[in-house]
Ligand binder design. Structure first.
Ligand code: HAM
Length: 419
């Protein structure tokens, strides 16, 4: 019968790489905790309408990339392509945000987008992200960016750029959008097919198109920075000041617009040359309009970001900075003969009960092969269970680094310090 493989663009995390994933997951929890962010977990699927209204029908993520299906009850369901809309829904549903309070949330998990798989682009990928909900103040934009920077630093990524821009408040953006569409309409013949379509639906998205002819057209386009009203410029200036105060380097990228419709004011992206075409490994921004968009009675100011975990790991790999993780057992219990295999298992289990990582042979290997195995594994101690020693209530213990071996009574083994 034909072999069944995983779905294209969906990757297994095999035992070889799972220690790395566990390591980064623990790092996400630790750094988020230091910033007083609390973890939130939401379902992997939601009603399609949440993303359609939250992210916006004009966004590629919604109109081209969602995994949407009708469930058996006929309801349209979508596998989450991102988390911000789900977080906003959950905050409203459980009234997590009290009047005048602030919510600091972080998350980690799998997300789904039907994109053409390539290096750094998957159909199931993982994000770490954070959302700061309840404050309109520019310091919250700066805190969110600072948290992202700390995550990047803790993971060990060195060479990258933080690109920063504002897309202003609704009225500034509407003015700009008009000017942009007017300009782009004069150069329609030079635009890519995708951009021609976006001219109607999501013209700001054309600004970060990857097509060469679009880039040339956009190089001469009007800039949002010239269309900001007083409130929008004040917010942007204060965000920059707060970032300066936190010694965070950034580059203003006036063409940065981001792909999701819910943004207003601050937008930002983290880019690395190590990624090639998929150069962005994280991004975010302020989204003061999202809560209303998905049915909230009042608007809730909020700002957040998400990092692509596979892309961060890819950068580490490409730049030779993957952490060296020691996953080797501390102890290997060797049975000198088949008759002693269950005794070896019993000793191994007593060490495991003391939380000492212990390996033992289950394949009926010879004593020679077990020694070879314990050498190969980077084990610190080998315990050799032999007939003679056992008759005296003892086993042999060997320090693999120092090479010296000696006998130890089983009762003393219980108190032996293996660290
Ligand atoms: P996003 O820019 O769509 O933002 O995604 C964030 C990151 O997820 C990207 O920078 C990238 O590293 C990763 N990513 C996205 N799609 C893929 C893919 N197909 N394969 C691998 N990695 C991918 C958001 O999702 C917003 N929710 C961020 C945010 C939070 N804004 C405010 N709060």
């Amino acid at each position: 019968m034909k072999k069944i493989n995983a779905i294209r663009g969906a990757k297994d995390i095999t035992p070889e790489s799972s220690p790395l994933w566990r390591y980064v997951e623990e790092l996400f929890a630790r750094v988020s905790g230091e910033f007083c962010y609390e973890e939130i977990r939401t379902p992997i699927f939601e009603k399609t309408e949440l993303f359609a209204r939250g992210i916006g029908e004009g966004a590629d993520v919604v109109n081209k990339e969602m995994y949407t299906f009708d469930d058996r009850g006929g309801e349209s369901i979508t596998l989450r392509p991102e988390m911000t809309a789900s977080v906003a829904r959950s905050v409203m549903e459980h009234t997590l945000l009290r009047q005048g309070a602030l919510l600091r949330l972080w998350y980690f998990g799998p997300f789904f987008r039907y994109e053409r798989p390539q290096k750094g682009r998957l159909r199931q990928f993982h994000q770490y992200g954070a959302e700061c909900v309840g404050s309109p103040n520019p310091e919250s934009d700066a805190e969110i960016i600072s948290l992202a920077e700390n995550i990047i630093g803790a993971i060990g990524i060195k060479d990258y750029k933080l690109l920063l821009n504002t897309i202003g408040n609704d009225s500034s953006r509407a003015e700009y959008r008009k000017a942009l569409v007017e300009y782009l309409s004069t150069r329609k013949s030079e635009l890519s097919e995708d951009s021609l379509r976006r001219l109607e639906t999501n013209p700001l998205r054309i600004l970060d198109s990857k097509s060469e002819s679009d880039i040339a057209v956009c190089a001469e386009a009007p800039l949002i920075l010239d269309y900001l009203d007083e409130e929008s410029s004040r917010h942007f200036e204060s965000v920059k000041q707060a970032l300066d105060a936190c010694s965070i380097d950034y580059e203003i990228q006036p063409l940065l617009a981001r792909g999701l419709d819910y943004y207003s004011h601050t937008v930002f992206e983290f880019q690395s040359d190590a990624l090639g075409a998929q150069d962005s490994f994280g991004g975010g921004g302020r989204y003061d309009g999202l809560f209303r968009q998905i049915g909230g009675k009042e608007s809730v100011p909020a700002v957040g970001f998400a990092m692509g975990v596979e892309r961060m790991l890819l950068i580490l790999e490409e730049t030779g900075r993957l952490p060296l993780l020691d996953n080797s057992p501390r102890v290997y219990v060797i049975a000198a003969s088949d008759a002693l295999k269950s005794k070896a298992l019993q000793i191994a289990n007593s060490l495991r009960a003391r939380r000492i990582k212990t390996n033992v042979d289950l394949l009926g290997k010879s004593i020679k092969a077990q020694f070879r195995e314990s050498n190969k594994n980077g084990v610190k101690y080998a315990i050799i269970v032999g007939e003679d020693e056992l008759s005296r209530g003892a086993v042999q213990i060997k320090n693999m680094d120092e090479g010296d071996a000696g006998e130890i009574n089983l009762v003393d083994l219980d108190g032996f310090d293996f660290h």
